[in-house]
Design a protein around this ligand. Sequence first.
Ligand code: NAP
Length: 307
Amino acid sequence: MAMKLALVGIGKIARDQHIPAISAGPDFELAATASRNAQVSGAEAFTDLDRLLNARSDIPAISLATPPHVRYADARRALEAGCHVMLEKPPGATLSEVHDLIGVAESKGVTLFATWHSRHAAAVAAARDWLKDRTIHKVDIQWKEDVRHWHPGQDWVWTPGGLGVFDPGINALSVLTEIFPRALHLTRAELQFPSNRDTPVAATLAFHDPGGAEVTAEFDWLHSGPPAWDIHIATDGGRAVLGQGGARLDVDGAEIAAGANAEYAGLYARFGQLIAAGASDVDLSPMRHVADAFTLGRRTNVAPFDW
Ligand code: NAP
């Protein structure tokens, strides 16, 4: 039987992905929502999570689709109430607040799942498997999109904790940390901040690989035209492109793996499995690279950004 679940933060990603994936999947039933301004037909609506938890102690699972800088308090409150919790990416505004949540989940004996939706893109597992047996010479990440198209009017992305261009860029890092066979660490970051904003609009990164590969990334949020969400990889066994945000893998120009977008179906299936197994899954490696970019990065002021 499907487990009752409440969804918090009924905004763009809740409507685009969470609600359809919950309705289509076997594991969860959308029993209630908490959102200040929005409701979903068929689910009991509350304006905040406190009211929801007080009224609906029959709901054991909470999924948080709010922006990262407001997510921690809700996550802690839900865990303390004994609920299993699923976090949108990035799992929080700081590493420390997520470490705190890990401790609360452990002490309450409930599941905490920090999701990385791009890891569930159709060709990511194939890319990881293909790379296992190869010597990697070079990885070049090109993650470029138009913020005005993909995040229209979402001012939180420009506030501290909103991550700026790392909001999409962390998706690339979640894929990199999934497919690359070794742990990497950041050695250089150039961050471009619009002079009127608190988060970067573009970033260039370089990583150290103990295995000797050259690993770099370019993130750009002012890119016009079709987005680029591609990872180019040169190896001793050919040149791979993991493209379309992880949906397609080509090697030396030939398609190796591709598929439709089922990222959120994958996330909710995994949440169900973790709850059944009494386990948690909180991999902070993508967010650690972002935090390192903010501590190590050279900052340049660029033209002001307005919608
Ligand atoms: P959004 O639409 O701007 O926000 C989601 C909802 O959160 C809002 O509609 C709002 O609902 C609620 N909220 C609560 N406090 C808020 C605050 N201080 N500022 C703004 N909204 C607040 O954002 P989103 O695009 O869905 O992104 C939410 C999370 O999903 C982010 O972590 C993002 O990285 C991740 N994500 C987004 C996408 C995408 O394509 N947009 C894709 C994958 C993942 P109420 O006003 O009703 O409370």
